[in-house]
Design a protein around this ligand. Structure first.
Ligand code: GLP
Length: 241
Protein backbone atom coordinates (compact mmCIF):
# COMPACT_ATOMS: atom_id res chain seq x y z
CA UNK A 1 0.00 0.00 0.00
CA UNK A 2 1.53 3.28 -1.08
CA UNK A 3 0.60 6.50 0.73
CA UNK A 4 0.97 9.89 -0.93
CA UNK A 5 0.65 12.76 1.53
CA UNK A 6 -0.38 16.10 0.06
CA UNK A 7 -0.55 19.54 1.63
CA UNK A 8 -4.23 20.05 1.01
CA UNK A 9 -7.37 19.02 -0.89
CA UNK A 10 -6.34 20.76 -4.11
CA UNK A 11 -3.00 18.94 -4.26
CA UNK A 12 -4.70 15.62 -3.44
CA UNK A 13 -7.04 16.23 -6.37
CA UNK A 14 -4.18 17.17 -8.70
CA UNK A 15 -2.07 14.09 -7.92
CA UNK A 16 -5.06 11.81 -8.49
CA UNK A 17 -6.14 13.59 -11.67
CA UNK A 18 -2.62 13.26 -13.10
CA UNK A 19 -2.69 9.50 -12.51
CA UNK A 20 -6.02 9.16 -14.30
CA UNK A 21 -4.89 11.34 -17.21
CA UNK A 22 -1.68 9.32 -17.58
CA UNK A 23 -3.63 6.07 -17.65
CA UNK A 24 -6.09 7.35 -20.26
CA UNK A 25 -3.22 8.57 -22.46
CA UNK A 26 -1.41 5.24 -22.15
CA UNK A 27 -4.55 3.13 -22.50
CA UNK A 28 -7.30 4.96 -24.44
CA UNK A 29 -9.69 2.03 -23.85
CA UNK A 30 -9.25 2.18 -20.07
CA UNK A 31 -12.07 1.00 -17.82
CA UNK A 32 -12.35 3.55 -15.04
CA UNK A 33 -14.20 2.85 -11.81
CA UNK A 34 -15.62 6.11 -10.50
CA UNK A 35 -16.88 7.26 -7.12
CA UNK A 36 -19.25 9.94 -5.91
CA UNK A 37 -19.29 11.97 -2.71
CA UNK A 38 -17.62 15.29 -2.00
CA UNK A 39 -14.06 13.99 -2.05
CA UNK A 40 -13.58 13.21 -5.78
CA UNK A 41 -15.27 16.41 -7.01
CA UNK A 42 -11.93 18.24 -7.26
CA UNK A 43 -10.43 15.42 -9.32
CA UNK A 44 -13.33 15.59 -11.79
CA UNK A 45 -12.98 19.38 -12.03
CA UNK A 46 -9.30 18.97 -12.91
CA UNK A 47 -10.05 16.28 -15.51
CA UNK A 48 -12.47 18.72 -17.16
CA UNK A 49 -9.89 21.53 -17.07
CA UNK A 50 -7.25 19.26 -18.60
CA UNK A 51 -9.67 18.04 -21.27
CA UNK A 52 -10.48 21.63 -22.23
CA UNK A 53 -6.89 22.88 -22.11
CA UNK A 54 -5.00 19.86 -23.48
CA UNK A 55 -7.62 17.83 -25.30
CA UNK A 56 -7.17 14.57 -23.38
CA UNK A 57 -9.82 12.37 -24.94
CA UNK A 58 -12.25 9.97 -23.24
CA UNK A 59 -13.95 8.83 -26.46
CA UNK A 60 -12.88 5.24 -25.96
CA UNK A 61 -12.93 5.19 -22.17
CA UNK A 62 -15.63 3.24 -20.35
CA UNK A 63 -16.67 4.09 -16.81
CA UNK A 64 -18.47 2.07 -14.16
CA UNK A 65 -19.67 3.81 -11.03
CA UNK A 66 -19.60 2.17 -7.65
CA UNK A 67 -23.13 2.71 -6.46
CA UNK A 68 -26.52 4.38 -6.71
CA UNK A 69 -29.37 5.19 -4.34
CA UNK A 70 -32.52 3.12 -4.70
CA UNK A 71 -35.69 5.09 -5.36
CA UNK A 72 -34.26 8.35 -6.71
CA UNK A 73 -35.18 9.03 -10.35
CA UNK A 74 -32.12 9.41 -12.58
CA UNK A 75 -32.91 13.12 -13.07
CA UNK A 76 -33.04 13.75 -9.30
CA UNK A 77 -30.36 16.22 -8.26
CA UNK A 78 -29.07 13.74 -5.68
CA UNK A 79 -28.93 10.64 -7.85
CA UNK A 80 -25.39 9.54 -8.56
CA UNK A 81 -26.35 9.35 -12.25
CA UNK A 82 -27.01 13.11 -12.25
CA UNK A 83 -23.98 13.80 -10.05
CA UNK A 84 -21.68 12.14 -12.57
CA UNK A 85 -23.26 13.90 -15.54
CA UNK A 86 -23.01 17.31 -13.91
CA UNK A 87 -19.60 16.91 -12.30
CA UNK A 88 -17.86 15.16 -15.19
CA UNK A 89 -19.56 13.43 -18.11
CA UNK A 90 -21.31 16.50 -19.60
CA UNK A 91 -17.99 18.34 -19.80
CA UNK A 92 -15.70 15.79 -21.47
CA UNK A 93 -15.97 13.85 -24.74
CA UNK A 94 -16.95 10.53 -23.17
CA UNK A 95 -19.80 8.75 -24.98
CA UNK A 96 -22.94 8.53 -22.81
CA UNK A 97 -23.36 4.85 -23.74
CA UNK A 98 -19.91 4.16 -22.28
CA UNK A 99 -20.84 5.47 -18.82
CA UNK A 100 -22.48 3.09 -16.39
CA UNK A 101 -24.22 3.64 -13.06
CA UNK A 102 -26.47 1.02 -11.43
CA UNK A 103 -30.18 1.66 -12.07
CA UNK A 104 -31.69 2.50 -8.70
CA UNK A 105 -35.17 2.67 -10.23
CA UNK A 106 -35.14 -0.88 -11.61
CA UNK A 107 -38.33 -2.85 -10.92
CA UNK A 108 -36.25 -5.70 -9.50
CA UNK A 109 -33.23 -4.14 -7.81
CA UNK A 110 -31.68 -7.51 -6.92
CA UNK A 111 -31.76 -8.52 -10.58
CA UNK A 112 -30.25 -5.13 -11.45
CA UNK A 113 -27.40 -5.77 -8.99
CA UNK A 114 -26.72 -9.15 -10.64
CA UNK A 115 -26.82 -7.57 -14.11
CA UNK A 116 -24.35 -4.88 -13.05
CA UNK A 117 -21.98 -7.43 -11.54
CA UNK A 118 -22.05 -9.49 -14.75
CA UNK A 119 -21.45 -6.37 -16.79
CA UNK A 120 -18.33 -5.43 -14.80
CA UNK A 121 -16.96 -8.92 -15.51
CA UNK A 122 -17.94 -8.82 -19.19
CA UNK A 123 -15.91 -5.69 -19.79
CA UNK A 124 -12.88 -7.42 -18.33
CA UNK A 125 -12.79 -5.68 -14.96
CA UNK A 126 -11.81 -2.23 -13.81
CA UNK A 127 -8.32 -0.91 -14.61
CA UNK A 128 -8.34 1.87 -12.04
CA UNK A 129 -10.93 2.26 -9.28
CA UNK A 130 -11.31 5.57 -7.46
CA UNK A 131 -12.60 5.25 -3.90
CA UNK A 132 -13.54 7.56 -1.06
CA UNK A 133 -14.06 6.36 2.49
CA UNK A 134 -16.94 6.79 4.90
CA UNK A 135 -16.33 7.63 8.55
CA UNK A 136 -17.42 4.12 9.51
CA UNK A 137 -14.98 2.58 7.02
CA UNK A 138 -17.50 2.02 4.25
CA UNK A 139 -16.23 1.86 0.69
CA UNK A 140 -18.82 2.49 -2.02
CA UNK A 141 -21.92 1.71 0.08
CA UNK A 142 -20.49 -1.43 1.68
CA UNK A 143 -21.41 -0.80 5.28
CA UNK A 144 -19.72 -2.47 8.29
CA UNK A 145 -20.61 -6.16 8.40
CA UNK A 146 -20.72 -6.59 4.61
CA UNK A 147 -18.99 -9.88 3.70
CA UNK A 148 -15.59 -9.47 2.07
CA UNK A 149 -16.68 -11.88 -0.68
CA UNK A 150 -19.76 -9.80 -1.58
CA UNK A 151 -20.52 -8.95 -5.20
CA UNK A 152 -22.83 -6.13 -6.38
CA UNK A 153 -25.87 -6.14 -4.10
CA UNK A 154 -28.66 -4.17 -2.46
CA UNK A 155 -27.76 -2.69 0.92
CA UNK A 156 -29.57 -0.93 3.77
CA UNK A 157 -27.78 2.34 4.49
CA UNK A 158 -26.80 2.87 8.11
CA UNK A 159 -28.11 5.85 10.04
CA UNK A 160 -24.53 7.10 10.21
CA UNK A 161 -24.16 7.13 6.42
CA UNK A 162 -27.58 8.71 5.89
CA UNK A 163 -26.65 11.46 8.38
CA UNK A 164 -23.30 12.05 6.63
CA UNK A 165 -24.99 12.35 3.23
CA UNK A 166 -27.96 14.40 4.47
CA UNK A 167 -25.96 17.56 3.73
CA UNK A 168 -26.77 17.12 0.05
CA UNK A 169 -30.54 16.81 0.67
CA UNK A 170 -33.15 19.19 2.11
CA UNK A 171 -33.59 16.95 5.13
CA UNK A 172 -32.54 13.52 6.39
CA UNK A 173 -36.01 12.19 5.60
CA UNK A 174 -35.25 12.62 1.92
CA UNK A 175 -32.08 10.49 2.08
CA UNK A 176 -32.87 7.05 0.62
CA UNK A 177 -32.63 4.08 2.97
CA UNK A 178 -31.25 1.64 0.40
CA UNK A 179 -28.67 1.55 -2.36
CA UNK A 180 -27.17 -0.75 -4.97
CA UNK A 181 -23.43 -1.05 -4.49
CA UNK A 182 -20.57 -2.92 -6.06
CA UNK A 183 -19.50 -5.53 -3.52
CA UNK A 184 -16.21 -5.67 -1.70
CA UNK A 185 -15.03 -8.54 -3.89
CA UNK A 186 -16.00 -6.54 -7.00
CA UNK A 187 -13.87 -3.65 -5.78
CA UNK A 188 -10.98 -5.91 -4.80
CA UNK A 189 -10.98 -7.37 -8.34
CA UNK A 190 -9.93 -3.95 -9.74
CA UNK A 191 -6.40 -3.99 -11.09
CA UNK A 192 -5.49 -0.76 -9.31
CA UNK A 193 -7.19 1.30 -6.60
CA UNK A 194 -6.75 4.92 -5.58
CA UNK A 195 -8.39 5.88 -2.29
CA UNK A 196 -8.85 9.59 -1.68
CA UNK A 197 -9.34 11.27 1.68
CA UNK A 198 -9.25 14.85 2.85
CA UNK A 199 -9.71 16.56 6.18
CA UNK A 200 -9.40 15.72 9.86
CA UNK A 201 -12.79 14.02 9.95
CA UNK A 202 -11.29 11.13 7.93
CA UNK A 203 -8.17 10.74 10.11
CA UNK A 204 -9.51 8.00 12.39
CA UNK A 205 -10.85 6.04 9.41
CA UNK A 206 -7.50 6.24 7.61
CA UNK A 207 -5.68 5.07 10.73
CA UNK A 208 -7.91 1.99 10.93
CA UNK A 209 -7.60 1.42 7.19
CA UNK A 210 -3.78 1.42 7.28
CA UNK A 211 -2.98 -0.01 10.71
CA UNK A 212 -6.17 -1.61 11.97
CA UNK A 213 -7.26 -5.23 12.10
CA UNK A 214 -8.62 -6.59 8.82
CA UNK A 215 -12.25 -7.10 9.71
CA UNK A 216 -15.64 -7.00 8.01
CA UNK A 217 -16.64 -4.55 10.76
CA UNK A 218 -14.39 -2.02 9.01
CA UNK A 219 -14.81 -2.70 5.26
CA UNK A 220 -11.91 -0.53 4.03
CA UNK A 221 -9.44 -2.64 6.06
CA UNK A 222 -9.55 -5.30 3.30
CA UNK A 223 -7.57 -2.92 1.09
CA UNK A 224 -4.48 -3.93 3.06
CA UNK A 225 -4.66 -7.17 1.05
CA UNK A 226 -4.87 -5.56 -2.40
CA UNK A 227 -1.60 -5.61 -4.34
CA UNK A 228 -1.89 -2.16 -5.96
CA UNK A 229 -3.50 0.43 -3.70
CA UNK A 230 -2.46 4.07 -3.44
CA UNK A 231 -3.89 6.28 -0.75
CA UNK A 232 -3.75 9.92 -1.77
CA UNK A 233 -4.71 12.05 1.20
CA UNK A 234 -3.94 15.42 2.70
CA UNK A 235 -2.00 16.08 5.88
CA UNK A 236 -5.13 16.55 7.93
CA UNK A 237 -6.51 13.16 6.93
CA UNK A 238 -3.15 11.49 7.55
CA UNK A 239 -2.44 13.13 10.91
CA UNK A 240 -2.86 9.86 12.87
CA UNK A 241 -0.66 7.74 10.59
C1 GLP B 1 -20.87 7.99 0.11
C2 GLP B 1 -20.41 7.21 -1.12
C3 GLP B 1 -19.00 6.71 -0.97
C4 GLP B 1 -18.11 7.84 -0.46
C5 GLP B 1 -18.56 8.30 0.90
C6 GLP B 1 -17.71 9.43 1.47
O1 GLP B 1 -21.49 7.23 1.06
N1 GLP B 1 -21.26 6.12 -1.45
O2 GLP B 1 -18.54 6.22 -2.21
O3 GLP B 1 -16.78 7.40 -0.40
O4 GLP B 1 -19.89 8.76 0.78
O5 GLP B 1 -18.16 10.62 0.93
P1 GLP B 1 -17.42 12.02 1.01
O6 GLP B 1 -16.37 11.95 -0.04
O7 GLP B 1 -18.48 13.02 0.67
O8 GLP B 1 -16.88 12.16 2.37
Amino acid sequence: MQIIKTNNYEEMSRVAAEKIINLVKKKPHAELGLATGGTPEGVYRLLIEDHQANGTSYKQVRTVNLDEYIGLPKEDQNSYFTFMKEKLFNHIDILPENTHVPNGMAGDVNAEADRYESFVHEIGGVDLQILGIGHNGHIAFNEPGTPFDSTTHVIDLTEDTRQANARFFNSIDEVPTKAITMGIQTIMDSKEIILLASGASKAEALKRLVHGEITEQFPASILQKHSHVTIIADEAALQLI
